[in-house]
Design a protein around this ligand. Structure first.
Ligand code: FEO
Length: 414
C-alpha cells in the first residue's frame, strides 16, 4: 500500500495556494479524444488579503468546485476571478461560480469576453486584460500573458512572479485521473500522457507552441511550479516537459517509419509484413499498427513520433476501408500531413480505388510523398514482393536524407 498522502481532495500547494480542481474519473471521451485514464479539470485558489480564484471546471462539476472553495473560504470573500480560457471544460462552471463570487472582479482576454457572452451571458462587467498587464491582489502579484491558439484564440496564462507559479491553462496538460497531484509523486513523470494530449489537442498549433516557449523565456518566466488546467502539476520535471513540448512542436521527436494498415483477406497485411521486415533489415526504426486495434488518439500519437507514415488499405467498394476516412480526416485536422513523409500501398480484387484515394488525399494535403504508391491484385506475387522491397528501400533512403519535420528555417520564420 502506498504511504499516506496529504489531503488529496483539496491540495495545499504551499504559501496559501490551493488546488481546488475536480477529478473526472469516468471521462473516456473528450470531444473525440479517447481519454482512457480519465481526466482532471484544475482550478486554483490563492489566499491573501484579496483572495483570487483561477479557472473553473466543467458545468456538471461546478458544485464540487464550489464545495472545495467553501471548505477553505467563504466564496463571497474572493475578490478576483481569473478566466484563462473559455473552452467549456474550464468555463462550463463559469455562470455558477461567478454567481457564487459576487464580490469578485472578473478578468479575461478580449476574445474570452466574446465567448463568455455568447456561451453564458455576462453576469457583470469583465476586465479585459492583455499581455504585460497584471493584478496586485493585496500584495500578491499576478501577470497575464496572452497565448492565442494555445489552445483557443482567447487563451492566456497567469504568472505569479514572486511564487514562480505559472497557471498554464491547457499548455502542459494531460488527461489523467489520479490521486497524485505532482509529477514527482508518480513513479514516472507523465510524459506519455502529455504526449497523447499534445498530439490530439495541441499539435495543430505547433508554431504557437514554439512561440509560447520563446515568449515565456523572453519574459523571464522561469517557473518553479507549472499548474496546467488538466492533470498533474509539474514541479520536478519542468525543464523536461518544456524540452518535450519543443521536441513535439518541432517534430524533433519523430524518427523512423510507421506502418498503419488494415486488411480484408490478409493481402494488405502481407504487404505490410514485407515492408516492415525490409525496414527492419535495413536498420530503419519501424513500428506497425493495425488501425482497428488502436484508438484514433493512439494512432495520432504514433504518427507524431514517426517521420514516415506508410498507409496500407485494401479496396472496399471502390474506395479505402471506411476507417481510413476517419483516420485521414483526423490526421488532417491535427496538422500532420505537411509535417511527415508519406507512402501508400494496398491490395484490390477487382478495379482498385483505395490506394488512388489515399494518394489523392496526400496530394491535396501537400504531403511529401516518398515514392509512387503500390497496389497489387489479390496476393502480391514473388515479383510484386520485390517492388515492396524497393518501396521499403525508398523509405529508408528518404529517412536517411530527410530533413527535420519542422525545419530551423520554419522556426526562424515564426
Ligand atoms: Fe482544456 Fe481548450 O480546453
Amino acid at each position: 500500500m502506498k504511504h499516506q498522502q496529504p489531503n488529496q481532495w483539496i491540495r495545499d500547494l504551499g504559501n496559501d495556494v490551493y488546488w481546488t480542481g475536480v477529478i473526472d474519473w469516468d471521462l473516456r471521451d473528450f470531444h473525440g479524444f479517447a481519454t482512457r485514464r480519465g481526466g482532471t479539470y484544475n482550478a486554483f485558489l490563492v489566499l491573501g488579503p484579496e483572495p483570487v480564484l483561477i479557472d473553473t471546471v466543467k458545468a456538471h462539476l461546478a458544485d464540487r468546485l464550489l464545495e472545495k472553495i467553501s471548505a477553505i473560504i467563504d466564496p463571497a470573500k474572493i475578490k478576483h476571478f481569473i478566466v484563462n480560457h473559455i473552452e467549456p471544460d474550464h468555463s462550463g462552471g463559469f455562470p455558477k461560480i461567478a454567481a457564487a463570487l459576487p464580490n469578485a472582479k472578473i478578468y479575461a482576454t478580449e476574445n474570452a469576453l466574446t465567448g463568455l457572452e455568447k456561451y453564458y451571458g455576462l453576469p457583470r462587467d469583465i476586465q479585459i486584460v492583455r499581455t504585460g498587464e497584471g493584478l496586485n491582489a493585496g500584495g500578491r502579484q499576478f501577470q497575464f500573458v496572452e497565448l492565442p491558439m494555445v489552445h483557443w484564440p482567447d487563451s492566456m496564462v497567469t504568472w505569479m512572479p514572486e511564487d514562480k507559479i505559472l497557471f498554464s491553462s491547457d499548455a502542459f496538460g494531460q488527461f489523467i485521473a489520479t490521486s497524485e497531484r505532482f509529477d514527482d509523486e508518480l513513479p514516472e513523470p507523465p510524459y506519455h500522457d502529455a504526449a497523447l494530449y499534445y498530439a490530439n489537442i495541441v499539435h495543430p498549433f505547433n508554431r504557437y507552441v514554439v512561440k509560447t516557449v520563446q515568449t515565456l523565456l523572453k519574459l523571464g518566466i522561469e517557473p518553479k511550479l507549472i499548474c496546467p488546467d488538466h492533470g498533474i502539476l509539474w514541479r520536478g520535471h519542468i525543464p523536461g516537459i518544456i524540452e518535450h513540448y519543443t521536441s513535439w512542436a518541432t517534430g524533433a521527436c519523430a524518427e523512423g517509419a510507421l506502418v498503419l494498415y488494415e486488411t480484408m483477406w490478409g493481402s494488405t497485411e502481407r504487404m505490410a509484413d514485407v515492408i516492415t521486415q525490409r525496414l527492419l533489415s535495413n536498420g530503419t526504426p519501424v513500428d506497425r499498427l493495425r488501425i482497428r486495434n488502436a484508438t484514433m488518439s493512439e494512432l495520432a500519437t504514433a504518427v507524431m513520433f514517426h517521420k514516415a507514415i506508410l498507409l496500407g488499405s485494401p479496396t472496399m467498394n471502390d474506395g479505402f476501408y471506411p476507417v481510413f476516412g476517419h483516420l485521414l480526416a483526423y490526421l488532417e485536422g491535427l496538422g500532420f500531413p505537411g509535417n511527415r513523409f508519406w507512402g501508400a500501398f494496398g491490395s484490390y480484387g477487382w478495379g482498385g480505388g483505395a490506394v488512388e484515394k489515399i494518394h489523392r488525399w496526400m496530394k491535396e494535403n501537400r504531403c511529401r510523398i516518398i515514392t509512387d504508391p503500390l497496389q497489387f491484385r489479390f496476393r502480391p506475387s514473388v515479383d510484386e514482393e520485390k517492388k515492396l522491397l524497393e518501396f521499403a528501400d525508398a523509405v529508408t533512403l528518404q529517412l536517411e536524407q530527410g530533413q527535420p519535420v519542422l525545419t530551423g528555417e520554419d522556426i526562424d520564420a515564426l
